[in-house]
Design a binder for this molecule. Structure first.
Ligand code: ADP
Ligand code: MG
Length: 257
């Protein structure tokens, strides 16, 4: 069944009780995301980005406000997203190949076919030599790529990605941005990407939401209007440079307040 996905987040507040104290983590978060839109959420460390993704995913619920996906009850969000959490959460007892093929096995694809599909992706990610490895034998960057692949191989139309490229070196990241963008061109999905990296946010997104320090509030929304598919050359385009410096400036302003 094809679903018209649209995410509506209305007036969400979230508090966390930690060691007897109430922390206000998110305040008045109001945003809606269009079907097949790619948006980024950026903001200082600790401002509530991962908390917001947990709420959107349905792992937790807001104290105030609502999160609604078009075509789903609020309670059913968990089954309709593919969520790559900040911590990679690979199954330690399953090999690289078994971790990735899980999403395909759940869809009912035969072992033979799923192995073939996974091997193709593993080789594109330069991980083909590691298919029999267990996660603890891999570097952080490799584990992150495995977790990213596992997330992509699900059927969900909504992808929630929490700093998916954070453990990768600059060159690997750039290659992955381009690879991921092309994948989305051919197979569009709704993507919410949390990142620390302003360049990454601009390169990949249609819109960027900047959150203030905790309690996270939406401080700024920027449209990114570069045509797709984009090539990495746009990073030297004056519009790219301007937007980047505007966002970096805003981030340093709110940090200093
Ligand atoms: P970000 O992803 O933007 O770095 P988080 O959403 O992880 O921020 O956390 C937001 C705030 O909530 C932080 O100040 C963090 O210390 C606090 N926090 C989040 N989850 C918990 C938890 N389970 N227990 C205690 N504090 C938490
Ligand atoms: Mg986080």
């Amino acid at each position: 069944m094809s679903i018209t996905v649209e995410i509506d987040i209305e007036k969400v507040n979230k508090n966390i009780i930690y060691q007897g104290e109430t922390l206000e983590v998110l305040r008045d978060i109001d945003l809606s995301i269009k079907k097949q839109e790619i948006v980024s959420i950026i903001g200082p460390s600790g401002c509530g980005k991962s908390t917001l993704l947990n709420l959107i995913a349905g792992l937790d619920n807001p104290d105030v406000g609502s999160i609604h996906f078009q075509g789903f009850n609020q309670e059913d969000r968990l089954g309709s997203v593919s969520y790559m959490q900040q911590k990679d959460l690979l199954f330690p007892w399953r090999t690289v190949l078994e971790n990735i093929s899980l999403s395909l096995e759940i869809k009912g694809i035969s072992k033979k076919d799923s192995t073939e599909i996974c091997r193709k992706y593993l080789s594109e990610f330069q991980l083909e030599k590691f298919e029999k490895n267990l996660p603890h034998t891999l570097s952080g960057g490799m584990r992150q790529r495995v977790a990213f692949l596992r997330t992509l191989l699900t059927d969900s139309e909504i992808l929630l990605l929490d700093e998916p490229f954070g453990a990768l070196d600059a060159l690997t990241r750039r290659n992955l941005y381009v690879w991921f963008m092309n994948l989305l061109e051919n197979n569009p999905r709704t993507v919410i990407l949390v990142t620390h990296d302003v360049e990454e946010a601009i390169f990949l997104s249609d819109r960027i939401f900047l959150l203030s320090p905790r309690p996270g509030q939406i401080e700024l929304i920027e449209e990114v209007s570069f045509e797709r598919p984009r090539t990495y050359e746009i990073i030297s385009d004056p519009n790219f440079v301007n937007l980047k410096s505007r966002l970096l400036h805003q981030l340093s302003e709110i940090r200093d307040e």
